[in-house]
Design a protein around this ligand. Sequence first.
Ligand code: 13P
Length: 340
Amino acid sequence: MSIQTELQSTITDLVVKGKGILAADESHPTMTKRFKAINVESTEESRRAYRSLLLTTPGLGEFSSGIILFEETLEQKTDDGKLLPQVAAEQGIVPGIKVDKGTLPLANAAGDLITQGLDGLAERLTGYKEHGARFAKWREIYSISALNPTPLGIAANAEVLARYAAICQSLGIVPIVEPEVLLDGDHTIERCLEVTEAVQHAVFHALHRHRVELEYIVLKPSMVVPGKNAQNKASPEEIAEKTLAQLRRSVPAAMPGINFLSGGQTPEEATVNLNAMNAMAGNAPWQLSFSYGRALQQPVLQAWQGKPENIKAAQNALYKRAKLNGAARYGSYTAEMEKE
Ligand code: 13P
């Protein structure tokens, strides 16, 4: 298969009406934090058990076109000895892989961060592909303050995202490009709009410079929302209206799919906001979907509590959340559906 055909078939499998992506790619420190909240120790075995539970959820493939995995999961197996990426593929879910190596402070740009992991990336991707990964994810993060992100931070992060995306495409791997503007702070929704627009403008400019083919990437942005501690909250309609306005200004129509992160929104908020966006999107050129981590997994962790006897309840919780977000893809979610 040519690289072009490979990229096209992965995009076709990932960007599907009514479906989104499950982010299950937490690094070890993040997984330790998530498990601590339910008094489970994070070990290779507990992570394997938990991620097996996610992937073997009956019917998950009805609402999930892809799953983002963490490196160790690629080689882990279910209790009956089946490789986890294989389990995903059998559910019709495309396995992908987080490839960035976290952030460090960006020198000479106080308050901004930069993501590590470009060195040796091509070699790592080649290995991941042999283990079944067909797409990758890389996240740059931007916090909002009076002075951040700085122009230098915006430019440097965009350059790194574009270099990552170009390397992925050269190997036939679809890159998920994730510029996350953080929710932390007391900034207004207008300030979030301004920052998100500047960030995405720089990202698409860099993608163009690096000759990344927009037809074969997925954008994973944050929504335009007020800071977590902002005085004025925003309605789902206002969030949808401002996010759509910002996307129309920044994102070329060649891009097939936009899959939002949840970024610390509650599971209900993330569903309601996605729903409002799809209800309002009209003839938007891209599909608006989800690539949620916490907003899909929080109820699952709560139901599971690390106990084998809770696996069924935990899988039911995942199926329900995925289904509700599937409805939000059509703008047909209602609060009533939470009770079913
Ligand atoms: P959240 O939806 O929890 O923000 O996670 C998505 C993700 O993949 C962050 O990189």
